[in-house]
Design a binder for this molecule. Structure first.
Ligand code: ASP
Ligand code: CP
Length: 323
């Protein structure tokens, strides 16, 4: 595997499958009473978050700690970035302390690629603007494969604010690598520009009508709802919240219809959710929902990613450690 994880496109199918296999071993560790492996003993991992996060930041921190790495969190607000220090000076300052990996979330698309050119440490993209969030796509793939096995030919419908979603972009890339049959659904105002040629080139289907996408063909195996990202919106992208929900929300009646077609359909959401807007409480809390499984998978997958980037597969047994 390459030294950095910047995009879901960086990973070959074999590398994805290898990470998912390692994540399954890590998931077993997660179920133990004593959750500690020596694999990253002596390594230092810095979580550098310039945007808010609950799941990603805490799961990277837990992942590092369970693998015996020294992990430190730095946030934009509490660091000297708030005094005007540039991103370049910030990362050069941090890596001057001999860190092994930088996990970065930043509001600028491309920020992680830029940082990877400046530093020797491994860089992991934990979300850059509206661009990518590769470890989210990996944990989503892990969650799906745990329930469905091989994703080749599985029908995945991704719904919501596609324009602002880095989760959507990384999932599209990774699901293509794994051979899933993907349909994406959004109102015209939240469909990314250039989506038409892009979908023809990358072989996914576009829909503007959610009911057609869900009920117009073979029933989906997975319905992934995406958050309406109001913090990235400057104008009105839809008339009212109510109209958005009626057109694009996973409401109770839609869930019932979905379940009638496929009782085992998986309901996913990367979180945080706008309950009552893109997803109803009934759907979020239903037996079909794997939203908390996604969170749990986040730790195992991030352990696996840290392991593969910092130790590689030649570093001996996961249980034995590298140092
Ligand atoms: N938490 C995910 C992200 O940071 C999804 C979201 O915020 O809607 O991209
Ligand atoms: N899914 C996700 O990235 O969540 P956070 O923004 O809480 O990290």
């Amino acid at each position: 595997m390459a030294r950095h994880l910047l995009s879901a496109a960086d990973l070959t199918r074999d590398e994805v499958l290898e990470i998912l296999r390692t994540a399954a071993s890590m998931h077993d560790v997660q179920r133990r009473e004593v959750k500690k492996l020596p694999a990253l003993r002596g390594r230092t991992v810095i979580n550098l978050f310039f945007e808010d996060s609950t799941r990603t930041r805490s799961s990277f921190e837990i992942a590092g700690k369970w693998m015996s790495a020294d992990t430190i969190n730095i946030t934009g607000k509490g660091s000297s970035a708030s005094k005007g220090e540039s991103l370049r000076d910030t990362v050069l300052t941090i890596t001057a302390m001999a860190v092994d990996a930088l996990v970065i979330r930043h509001s600028a698309s491309g920020a992680c690629h830029q940082v990877a050119e400046w530093v020797d440490a491994s860089v992991i993209n934990a979300g850059d603007g509206t661009h990518e969030h590769p470890t989210q796509a990996l944990l989503d793939a892990y969650t799906m494969t745990q329930r469905l096995g091989d994703l080749e030919g599985r029908r995945v419908v991704i719904v919501g604010d596609l324009t602002h979603s880095r989760v959507f972009r990384s999932n599209l890339l990774l699901l293509k690598t794994l051979g899933a049959d993907v349909t994406v659904v959004a109102p015209p105002t939240l469909m990314p520009s250039g989506a038409g040629p892009w979908s023809r080139q990358d072989g996914f289907a576009l829909e503007q009508d959610l009911d057609d996408a869900l009920f117009g063909g073979p029933p989906p195996d997975v319905v992934m709802m995406l958050r309406v990202q109001r913090e990235r919106m400057s104008g009105g992208y839809f008339p009212t919240a109510r109209e958005y929900t009626v057109g694009y929300g996973l409401t109770r009646p839609r869930l019932d219809r979905l379940r009638a077609a496929n009782d085992d359909v998986l309901v996913m959401h990367p979180g945080p959710m706008n309950r009552g807007l893109e997803i109803s409480a009934e759907a979020a809390d239903s037996l079909n929902s794997v939203i908390l499984d996604q969170v749990s998978a986040g730790v195992a997958v991030r352990m696996a990613v840290l392991y593969h980037l910092l130790v590689g597969t030649d570093g001996g047994s996961i249980e034995e450690g590298s140092a």
